[in-house]
Design a protein around this ligand. Sequence first.
Ligand SMILES: Nc1ncnc2c1ncn2[C@@H]1O[C@H](COP(=O)(O)OP(=O)(O)OP(=O)(O)O)[C@@H](O)[C@H]1O
Length: 770
Amino acid sequence: MTELLLVPVDDNVIFPGMTVVVPAAEVGAEEGEQVLLVPRHEGQFAAVGTVADVTGRTRLPNGVTAVQLTGVHRGKAGTGSPDDAGHLRVEVTPYPDSTERDGRIRELESTYRAVVDEILELREDDGRVAAFLRGIDEPGALADTAGWVPEISYDEKVSLLETLDVRERLELAVGVQRERLAELQVRKSLREDVESGAAKQQREYVLRRQLEAIRKELGEGSGDGGDDYRAKIEAAGMPDHVREQAERELARLERTGEQSGESSMIRTYLDWLLALPWSERSEEQLDPVAARGVLDADHTGLEDVKDRIVEYLAVRKLRRDRGVEDDRRAGTILTLVGPPGTGKTSIGESVARAMNREFVRMSLGGVRDEAEIRGHRRTYVGALPGRLVRALRDAGTMNPVILLDEVDKVGADWRGDPSAALLEVLDPAQNHAFRDHYLDVEIDLSQVVFLATANQLETIPGPLLDRMEVISFDGYTVEEKVAIARDHLLPRQIASAGLTGGVDGDVTADESALRLVVSEYTRESGVRQLDRELGKLVRKIATEVAGGSGGVVVDSDVVRRHLGRQRFFTEAVERTAVPGVATGMAVTGAGGDVLFIEAASMPGEGLVLTGQLGDVMKESARIALSWVRAHAAELGIAEDAFEGRSFHVHVPAGAIPKDGPSAGVTMATALVSLLTGRPVRHTVAMTGELTLQGRVLPIGGVKQKVLAAHAAGLTQIVVPERNRADLDDVPADVAGQLEFHPSMTIGEVLDVALEPIAESVEGPALEVAV
Ligand SMILES: Nc1ncnc2c1ncn2[C@@H]1O[C@H](COP(=O)(O)OP(=O)(O)OP(=O)(O)O)[C@@H](O)[C@H]1O
């Protein structure tokens, strides 16, 4: 217990850590001494004070000498008596803060800091207060910082000072700061409301004045547009129920004040209703012969496809002429399935042209939300009609051909299943009364002809697939591509480069040049890349022509000069030069392709598979390895070839087939080639599922695979015996250049595929074009 000078502090509280300057006369203490500062209000002292050091002595601007006092810790005054100079000296019990922390104190500390941070953010503090707070690491001192806040009342400050228990004080401090935060927030939002309200009103006012001026200028008067809408609704030829709905909305518009946000929503809605071509339809043409003419003019080849389309039109015509209406089969939609760039979209366009209807393409790739198809209800902010309504608007008629592009890429998630909406659209029993969520009126889609396209059947939702009549596009042969290039792609590229074609024109191309572009610069089922390469070629020629050169005859030299080094050469020769590589055929996302399966062995054990293979492919590899092990002796493989060895089978990326078992025989062939040292013949391509018994089972996509193998320059094609019938689909000109080997067992495959033992010693003569 010490005896200290008591210094009353009127209507204020000095906390430990704070510094005050007080006239020296009031204090009567010397530097190095301590005093007790006690808050006093209307003559009444607080129960607790602050023990402070006299830390300095200064002269105030008014000439008075003052001392500087810095609070140290809390203290309570006991009995006292005045000293000689008349200053009161009291006995002081010190109460330094405990620095111990329990969980609750830690929790309170972090809450306190969080609340204060928010306050500082609202006040746009420059970081000084935050830095100061970060410097405080004792819980009691932290709580005291609540006492520094100017807004809090004397009583609150005194309560903080009188709370000796650190935890209780922190609780109190958090409460104080929370109240302050709440008040600041309210103030801020009030301020914002006022500001934005004022700005908005002002803006609206200015805009309205301008609008009025513009209307006056146009001689439109300042009407509310109601009459305008009335006339448009009158003229739109809407079905009765739609017109009633439009009139209801119009009445609502006239009731609502111009100023209200609602009126613009009603306008948008009416605009959409009016945007639909309610009374417009094209005069349909269903003459199958004329249609065939249009299809032939637009597309080379694709005979089956055109046949099917013409049949479809003929049936439609018959049914219309004979008044057959309510057959559910009428709801089947033609679905064009095949690799990219094979002309699915463009044949859709031709169908529309052949039928004399408008054409719109509605891309469904990546659509996951039912609302994309059917629109959002009007209660949504920013609601819009769905894609069907927009397609009709774009078509400008109620009976267009709508091409549902990429139906295999619709997905479903929590926002609803778009394919359910599509089903309703395609169902003739329902689609005469299709309801878009936004427009919320019945729309008759029964006059629309729907076509669909897809790259693959596998991912089309089942119920949709049920309604579809599938027409496959398997990809083109080299000769077909040459013809397409000659008749369509090249003339189009020539025209778009501003050149003229034909004998007297700027550019003529001979077929061998086109064949060169097809086989050495492209590798695809369709003709997209071919089109791009031709574009490149034609642009280069255009530069020459613009530079003053005469007509250009495109031959192989011109192609090589302009397109550079050939991109794809007959890779198989090079790749299969070493044992352990076999050429397979696969259908990938981009159509048919050849792929080189590699096998290797090394010390260790087990089977490693690489190339991002699906489970089914992995199983195929295991089966292949097991079969090879089981038949090692007959295959002439040394007994110890498997002892302590691990095997690695790799399917190169880029050619990863859709997961399926059809690489089985290729994997087995690669392994046998590796283990016997007999390379695979560079002319052979193979496909087929392999069983543990060594049987070769049928697979799909034969035509696409064969076309790809042919395009890659392979001539011996191994297919499962049970796929023999599929070979009929291979165009005759291609088939004529190939030798097919339908096989029942892997033994037959190996006989065709592997080089004889003797020859492999020297290896085949290699000539690789680069
Ligand atoms: N048989 C053909 N005759 C004439 N031109 C064709 C033929 N096949 C394709 N084309 C042309 O090739 C280009 C690509 O065709 P399109 O865009 O229709 O392919 P797609 O099959 O719809 O491809 P995707 O699946 O990527 O949509 C088009 O310019 C098209 O006119």
